[in-house]
Design a binder for this molecule. Sequence first.
Ligand code: PMP
Length: 461
Amino acid sequence: MSYITNHLPTAELQALDAAHHMHPFTTNDELAEKGARIITKAKGVFLTDSEGNEILDGMAGLWCVNIGYGRQEMADVAARQMLELNYYNTFFMTSHVPAIALATEIAKLAPGDLNHVFFAGSGSEANDTNIRMVRTYWAMKDKPEKSHIISRKNAYHGSSMGSGSLGGMTYMHEQGGMPIPGIHHINQPDWWAEGGDQTPEAFGLARAQELEAKILELGADNVAAFIGEPVQGAGGVIVPPSTYWPEIQRICDKYDVLIIADEVICGFGRTGNWFGSQTMGIKPHIMTIAKGLSSGYQPIGGSIVCDEIAEVIGSGEFNHGYTYSGHPVCSAVALENLRIMQDEKILDHVNNVAAPALQEGLDKLAEHPLVGGVNVSGMMASLPLSPRKETRSKFAGAAGTVGYMCRERCFANNLVMRHVGDRMIISPPLVITPEEIGTFMTRATKALDETYTALKDENLF
Ligand code: PMP
């Protein structure tokens, strides 16, 4: 047994990491050359790395640590649950209190008749559940041919075969035989990048109407569901024009196509409501959840399912499930997270304090010569970088070069902002204070200034 601790020198940890640990969405050779930044601990909105740097986490991990890092109550609940019942499954006519309590609480928080929860270990697993569930639903209603699912280009729904197929990332589809059959992708409602001279409203409507065209092309009797993130996250925080979702809703209602809202990022307060569907006025039949459900303290996801689908699916055996569906420790921790969110009125904090402060800071950043616009919904935002903001122009050269430069400057200034192409992405813990948002803005401005200077030096601007 080798004992590897925080006390080893960074270089040694990096070498062991490169030798034995394959990272997601990473060129591992490049990582081995540069060495990973090793995070050793975290508290509130700050991470500490192995060199002792204190880094403001403007991404809440991967959009998930909504209540902030290092909460004692969460650790206490996990420890208590591990001693009481560390594991039992929810197959074969058994259940346990944490899963019962969490499902009940989620049903209370979810809008409309979304009263039933099928648990999974992650967002990807939950979206795989959704594919099988909507197809099984229609098959049980004697419409087995109603099986095609429509999604969007540049959507992100996970990394497994099913969820990666639902996603619209072509660079993912190029590896490993995706998409699986029966999944189709229409264009996304990204006005900033693709709206040209149209008004956002006209563009949003046109992009939504691509759904109608696709349904008619496939035949409404063949289309099971439409899936979308209320606000696209990993695609670049794309807040759709106000006309988009109402038109999608109208079309789905008209053709009897189910709506799956992927709330993995938007859920649990990120957009200022419990769910992004409420912010965008969507009435989904299924919502995918993960991330903020437990604030990332334990891996857990699920599908929140409406009465009608649960009733039909429940009349037969649904041959689907995961060893960790409703895992007792994950469920207990998620329940504690929801208690904290409610007892501490975190949504009020978002709506009255944090989101207005973030908006104000972003409006100032928008004046920076590199920043071409601001997309924001509650506590998720993106800043597209542009050489000419008046025309929303893109940089010459490979997309993502400038975004990557800026992300590296952020890191050097102890700030985590992710980049998607040449967009900077912001999604801090929901509990962030105005003072911490001030720190974020100071560091972000410095990173933008340094990127700007570097671009000028290289005659790229
Ligand atoms: N859906 C959305 C909208 C996501 O953002 C993600 C993860 N970023 C997923 C699904 C997949 O979740 P997981 O990584 O937990 O499988």
